[in-house]
Design a binder for this molecule. Sequence first.
Ligand code: IFM
Length: 497
Amino acid sequence: MIRRAACALGAVGTLAVACSSEPTPTAPAEVTFPRAFLWGSATAAFQVEKGLAATDWGIWVRTPGKIKGGEDPDRGGADALANIDADVALLTASRQNAYRFSIDWARIYPTRDAFDRDQPDPAGVAAYDKLLAALRAANITPMVTLQHFTLPDWLSDPRKPEAPQGWERQETVDAFAIWCRRASERWGGQVDWWATINEPMVSPLAGYIQGSFPPGLVLEVGRALAVGKNEAIGHARCYDAIKEGDKVDADGDGRASWVGIVKHQRAVEPADPSDPADQAAAERVRYVNNLWFLNVITRGDWDDDFDGKLDGPLDRRADPALAKRSDYLGINYYSALIAGGTGGVRVPVIDAVIRLDNLPTSRAKTDFRWDIHPSGLATVLDEARAYGLPIVITENGLADSKDANRSRFLLEHLFEVGRAMERGIDVRGYFHWSLLDNFEWSSGYCPRFGFHAVDPATGARTARPSVRVYEGIISKGRLSRADVDAAPPYAEPSFCD
Ligand code: IFM
């Protein structure tokens, strides 16, 4: 307990290499996982495939100055659709029984005309058919994301940022429901686990407040919140469409589909825990980042002005068109964030200064400058428990080019998952981000998140030692505190900027 407190908040700029595990007095000696647990890794189309120029991100990566080093997935990278058998073999070799990936909407419908006529691209369909067949042949359960950040360029064009783009447009909401219906009709025979939208609330934050994602706007909070709202409505419409489209129980578990959202949750901390203004700022950020969206799609509670109260003229409770639209909650957990009232750019409406990286704590850092904070996973799982739904950890991982810290990170986070299950939280699976080194959006290829190193020039894969640690946990189906403690302490990261 004392060690955990010491790790929480250090002086600005400190980087404690030794601040590793965060023991609590009640930690059990061992945690176990059920036989049916989904053990997998995750990727996303744009990050590991080529040939997605007809997307907003395809335009963005060709816009000078937007991507670190001017990198572009069409030059180098994993080229996953050309390496399906090899990548399925990597999953099998590490005993993983599940794989989360995205089917890219623009690969299937590269033009508005093709979408309107429902003329899917034959090569695109064949590629994903091949991947799904290979997974099924290897007894690997697919989880398919239907929108992982990229949108077709006929819905989102970052060259015209002054006009509404992507999820700002009603047209996107309507077309997304059609895409969900068609995808679930086409692939429902192979897929039971569907994720509608990856990390709603992240793309508006990055695209309209920070400016690092298309359309590259800064502090356009009104437009960002409009995106979040349409993502919530789009999710609900997609849920209904999949329930219509997928009638096949591919896994034989008695239901044709598990449809859920994939949310990026952070353990939110006040800059100064003793300052009431910082505490209030942290609560506002936690509400907007972690809770607002889940309240809409589970309870149907629509807080139009994001003020945390349901008393505004446009607010409503238990909207039947939005409530009960998630069969499971997908939780992406990586780190903490710090919110305060002062000390940086204050985001209007949310009325807080938000820090996501380079946090002024003594915790170990990743190559991406995110804090390593395993007990924060317990915090977000306890928070998500309130929604009463099964949970899948749909992403968790770190940038670690030397693979010096991935094993300890994995062990500590999986131990927290096991402990959460012992507390009665219904966690059905864990997907590590990522199977492969991939294109990390505006940061290009520098952050290395993969269990397998990928040579950016040749695409050659090399297993990192940490994947053998994962394999060992999967094989045993249990994890002891002693295993966690035996891992080497966190080493100095290799920052890539
Ligand atoms: O690479 C991303 C992924 O696309 C979404 N979740 C976070 C990952 C790491 O930043």
